[in-house]
Write a protein of this length. Structure first.
Ligand code: XUL
Ligand code: CO
Length: 480
């Protein structure tokens, strides 16, 4: 009995320690070697990344780590510039708010410009760093959550005022740098008020708070000329069905989306609304589990015309699908709007948000994107972070460069596959029995069961052809 108590106390102490690490991990002062650069203002002397040049395309034989080997922004592939196929975007939350902290350990990254506070000046300084970063990287877009870019206040009014101040600076900086917002969103998962969900919370006042927060986030996205707005329902789900009225929660979610659509129209925001499916984490079950579930939800509530999907590759694999499957499901439903480009780790069961480096996967992704005619007004947002152990400022650039090069290589390969035509021919041949009079009747819904039974009696036992799967794989390999 005594022993049990001792173990429990030790466990409790360990939990408290882990919690403290997660919350206060970062140092609260300006780094000692950097006092004169931090000061009290958001200004910064000189460059944030003085050792990093503007990243240029140098071709596959280049040994320069700070160069593109495959991404050549202005080069045309299948009649469109690479930059227009890819429309790359940097995710502010990972690149500028990622600290390397995990549930077991303190932050590992100490960027020179960070003073460890969540002050308004710090928020503005970070914004300046963001635009130098994306300019040097040669990316046209950025994405943000309201609470990544500006500190949460004690009241909604204070939070909104903070946001306005940072957004005014962001507007000035992005105009100067000729950059654009790919999408904005509201962070409806971090604050404890959202522990039961936001639009699906059991608490009416939380639903209302979430509505007010999204209203403001849509306004600032609109103000910044955002081309899309994302809804990721991180806590829109449940931990137990025993205490959950799922039907009521889903109805509330639909009402929330309807109100968002009405508000968007009222203020003249023409960006696309995107739902980002994910099966779980942080909830045990997230309502927009995958592309098919989300499509069904949109159809049930008559919202299909108002929304598209933002497919995230790591979310796809968590839901038991490949990224390619999710993209194709979205595409054939007319819902493919944007891609959160990242990948998981096959040995790890959670959302590791790593940069995508698998060339075969990138080729399949780009095949879907080409078939979709591109993603615009969506694009590829790097919802990806450095691993905890990568701690050099240079790593931020290297990670994005390899992510961009991987997708650029995927684009080149997918174009080769399409130009070669043998994969399409394999698929065409596989279904050629339907390219007949009866096939056309079936596809037009004009072949009833009696007619088909009559035909079977006439034809006898069907001869079934090979699926040629290994040949399809061989063709894919030939372009990698
Ligand atoms: C979480 C995730 C989010 C959304 C935006 O897994 O992907 O960052 O992209 O809220
Ligand atoms: Co995402």
């Amino acid at each position: 009995m005594m022993k049990m108590k001792l173990v429990k106390t030790l466990l409790l102490l360990l939990c408290v320690k882990l919690f403290c690490y997660a919350v206060i991990g970062a140092p609260q002062t300006c780094p000692a070697n950097n006092e004169d650069k931090c000061g009290d203002s958001d200004e910064w002397k000189g460059e944030f990344f003085p050792d990093i040049p503007k990243i240029k395309y140098e071709g596959p034989s280049s040994k320069n780590v700070l160069s593109f080997k495959w991404y050549n922004a202005e080069e045309e592939i299948l009649g469109k510039k690479m930059k227009d196929w890819l429309r790359f975007s940097v995710a502010f939350w990972h690149t500028f708010r990622g600290t390397g902290a995990d549930p077991f350990g303190a932050p590992t990254k100490y960027w020179l410009w960070e003073d460890g506070t969540n002050s308004l000046n710090m928020a503005k300084r970070r914004m300046r760093a963001n635009f130098e970063f994306i300019s040097k990287l040669g990316v046209d877009f950025w994405c943000f959550h309201d609470r990544d870019i500006a500190p949460d206040g004690k009241t909604l009014e204070e939070s909104n005022a903070n946001l306005d101040e940072v957004v005014a600076l962001a507007q000035e900086l992005q105009t100067k740098a000729k950059k654009r917002v790919l999408w904005g969103t509201a962070q409806l998962f971090m604050h404890p008020r959202y522990m039961h969900g936001a639009a699906t919370s059991s608490e009416l006042k939380v639903y209302a708070y979430a509505a007010a927060q999204v209203k403001k986030a849509i306004e600032v996205t609109h103000y910044l000329g955002g081309e899309n707005y994302v809804f990721w329902g991180g806590r829109e789900g449940y931990q137990s069905l025993l205490n959950t009225d799922m039907e009521r929660e889903l109805n509330h979610l639909a009402r929330f989306f309807e109100a968002a659509v009405a508000y968007k129209k009222k203020i003249g925001f023409n960006g696309t609304f995107l739902i980002e499916p994910k099966p779980q984490e942080p909830t045990k079950h997230q309502y927009d589990w995958d592309a098919a579930t989300s499509a069904n939800f949109l159809r049930k509530y008559g919202l299909t015309g108002e929304f598209k999907l933002n497919i995230e590759c790591n979310h796809a694999t968590l839901s038991g699908h490949s990224c390619h499957h999710e993209l194709e499901t979205a595409r054939i439903n007319g819902l493919l709007g944007n891609i959160d480009a990242n990948t998981g780790d096959p040995q790890v069961g959670w959302d590791t948000d790593q940069f995508l480096v698998d060339i075969q996967e990138a080729t399949l992704i780009m095949l879907s994107v080409i078939r979709n005619g591109g993603l615009a007004p969506g694009g590829f947002n790097f919802d990806a972070k450095l691993r905890r152990e990568s701690t050099d400022v240079e790593d931020l650039f290297i990670a994005h460069i390899v992510g961009m090069d991987t997708l650029a290589r995927g684009l080149r390969n997918a174009a080769k596959l399409i130009e070669d035509g043998s994969l399409a021919e394999l698929v065409r041949k596989r279904y050629q029995s339907f390219d007949t009079e009866i096939g056309a009747q079936i596809e037009a819904g004009k072949a009833d069961f009696e007619l088909l039974e009559k035909k079977v009696k006439e034809w006898g036992e069907p001869k079934v052809a090979s699926a040629k799967q290994e040949l399809a794989e061989m063709i894919l390999q030939s372009v990698l």
